[in-house]
Design a protein around this ligand. Sequence first.
Ligand code: PEP
Length: 250
Amino acid sequence: MRTPVIAGNWKLFKTAPEAIGLVTGLVPLIAGKSGVEVVIAPVFTVLDRVRSAIAGSGIHLAAQDCFWEEEGAFTGEVSPKMLIDAGCTHVIIGHSERRQYFGETDATVNRKIHAAGVAGLTVLFCVGETLEERESGNTFNVLRTQIAGGLAGVGTAAMERVIVAYEPVWAIGTGRTASDEQAQEAHAFIRSELHSLYGPATAAATRILYGGSVKPENIGGLIAQNDIDGALVGGASLKAESFAVLVNAA
Ligand code: PEP
């Protein structure tokens, strides 16, 4: 019922020639694969060129962030409308690196989710606890707060264009993956929160991705979990071969 999603977050990597090289290698490796939504999120400056390189491949283009205003005196920002203009259908919002290094809060994440939804983008909404929060027994409290804050005022209809990504901060870029059981437990909790906020239909329909050192060696166990609907992938999305294995496993 829920189409799995494999999304690659390229972070601050890949110049234009490198980006084109990556997608040129990726496209034939996943050609013919159906039943999975493939998304890649390059840096802003190469979006337009990657758009041309993936034309006709079925791969969706995402940005790694957006601002909430459509236009104006906001130096350095990029609006949802501009992302659509550059060929994006998706946008990552609330990634832990943005929360950690760039002052994102649940309130700013919420404004961005609203603006992206109004513009017609599908949002990859990231939540996740730090190691300290997990070890102090606060994982579920953190997730509840991030979900309630990030989705405040987001209605049931708008949720059709929201994908939640559970990304434990301690597993991102560390090589340390949550166990299949830890991930499933968090995903089931997130789905139960969606049930409380939106009811059974939205809870059952919303895709919840796992992110945090996903690689070819661990995708099988994660994707087999009942509430894991795919992956948001950093490091392993930077090579065509490893990303293609993840896509083909979904
Ligand atoms: C990410 O950037 O969202 C991520 C999960 O990174 P990595 O796969 O490298 O841990």
